[in-house]
Design a protein. Structure first.
Length: 239
């Protein structure tokens, strides 16, 4: 798969925009996708930062139910959000997922029949590397949790937010379970994927994802993906 030189320049320009808060906000406004409540700033209690398909929505919605008093910024998926959070001293939770699953899941959800697959793959790989390279440079200033912990042990998520980031959170296991169930049910009801993707059977989805994983492994930057994950992931740090 090949991305032409002109498109490569445009993709590099995209990374520059996503790295600058002013440019990225301007871009989102032009696309009518800007939401001030999701940006970290004065008065924000927590910023949830993660590559797409890394349990961002699950943790965000769960916390909305469990601790509605918290002002939480989320779903920006860019280093611009990281920088804004650091600038304003906002406590930040970074979520990370193993790159093969994260990138393939993101592409499968995002891509349309009109998209150039090579270009989408290049964009998705570059986004992952840029995002977690920045997290790595400021690792000591963030709480970093892996995808598996976020989805399988939300009790630990709440405890770590309370103990490591010193957020004013009570710890109630039953209520956490109830909020997680609510978050899962809400997500199922609000699945906004294109109809052709909703209609894919599980075997079709797995086959499509396996095909994407093969392309990711063959990508020139696959080693860089694995390297940044190994350096950032708390799971890999325990091996």
């Amino acid at each position: 798969m090949h991305v032409g030189p002109v498109r490569k320049v445009l993709l590099k320009g995209r990374l520059i925009v996503r790295d600058n808060a002013f440019l990225y906000k301007s871009f989102l406004r032009l696309r009518r996708r800007y939401r001030a409540d999701l940006w970290p700033g004065e008065g924000t209690d927590l910023c949830i930062a993660g590559y797409p398909r890394s349990a961002n929505s699950f943790v965000y919605v769960m916390l909305q139910q469990y601790a509605p008093q918290l002002k939480v910024a989320s779903h920006l998926h860019s280093t611009a959000a990281f920088k804004q959070a650091l600038r304003h001293g906002v406590k930040t939770l970074v979520l990370i997922r193993e790159p093969l699953n994260a990138v393939s899941s993101y592409i499968l959800r995002r891509i349309t029949p009109q998209d150039d697959q090579a270009e989408v793959l290049e964009m998705a790989v570059d986004d992952y590397i840029q995002f977690y390279d920045y997290a790595l440079k400021h690792k000591d200033r963030f709480l970093i949790l892996d995808f598996e912990t976020a989805v399988n042990d939300p009790h630990q998520v709440v405890r770590r937010l309370r103990d490591d980031l010193h957020l004013a959170l009570d710890y109630d296991e039953q209520r956490i379970d109830e909020c997680c169930d609510w978050a899962i049910n809400r997500w199922k009801k609000k699945d906004k994927r294109a109809p052709e993707k909703q209609n894919l059977s599980n075997p079709q989805k797995e086959a499509a994802k396996d095909s994407l994983k093969t392309l990711i492994k063959e990508h020139a930057k696959y080693a860089a993906l694995q390297d940044v994950y190994a350096k950032v992931s708390p799971l890999r740090g325990q091996e």
